[in-house]
Design a protein around this ligand. Structure first.
Ligand code: IMP
Ligand code: MG
Length: 182
């Protein structure tokens, strides 16, 4: 499916940069408290979680290490059955308290795949922080910044076929009005 978007009119702001920062400060406070006496490794799921991860980690007031996983599942606005793993963590996770940082949990398939990979390294605990989750997702999330409905979201790291990641806010696309599907 080839999607053409005519300029910025197709985007409407869902959460502004200010709203995101305010919410992440609260989330970071909670995570810092929970991980005070732990051996924390924060894992960024690339590419979508990159800005959420950066903002969150800079706000965490506890000792930690960082590492990265790169996995992709989406083609256009559709979740693909083919999950591709491009990069796995290099830090030794054995006995560590791992916090996965994801952009959005939709079906939960990506996270389940990541858990299978991480469990092989025998960490002490694994928790999940996500910027967005869909309200109808039954997946259990430890730290969630915002809950959304079925809309497709871009910005603040989230993309549509690699575009829009650099928007400093979260926005929805309105395909029925300003985009034409060809
Ligand atoms: P899941 O595997 O179905 O939970 O899908 C999660 C992954 O799909 C996320 O890591 C995102 O990369 C992508 N995704 C799901 N919904 C959206 C969206 O609204 N915008 C951008 N990416 C999305
Ligand atoms: Mg992602």
């Amino acid at each position: 499916m080839n999607i053409q978007i005519s300029g910025k009119q197709a985007l409407s702001v869902l959460y502004s940069e200010k709203e995101i920062k305010k919410r992440l400060a609260v989330l970071a406070q909670q995570i810092s408290f929970d991980y005070k006496e732990k051996d924390l490794v924060v894992l960024c799921i690339l590419n979508g979680a990159m800005f959420f991860f950066t903002e969150l980690v800079l706000k965490l007031n506890c000792s930690l290490k960082v590492d990265f996983i790169k996995i992709s599942s989406y083609e256009g606005m559709k979740s693909s059955q083919n999950l591709k793993v491009h990069l796995t963590p290099q830090v030794n996770l054995r006995g560590k308290d791992v916090l996965i940082v994801e952009d959005i949990v939709d079906t939960g398939r990506t996270i389940k795949e990541i858990l299978l990979i991480l469990e092989k390294s025998r960490p002490k605990s694994i928790k999940l922080a996500t910027l967005l989750k869909r309200q109808d997702s039954s997946y259990d999330i430890d730290y969630c910044a915002f809950s959304i409905q079925g809309e497709f979201v871009v910005g603040y790291g989230l993309d549509l076929d690699g575009n829009y990641r650099n928007l400093p806010y979260l926005a929805t696309l309105n395909p029925s009005k300003e985009t034409s599907l060809t």
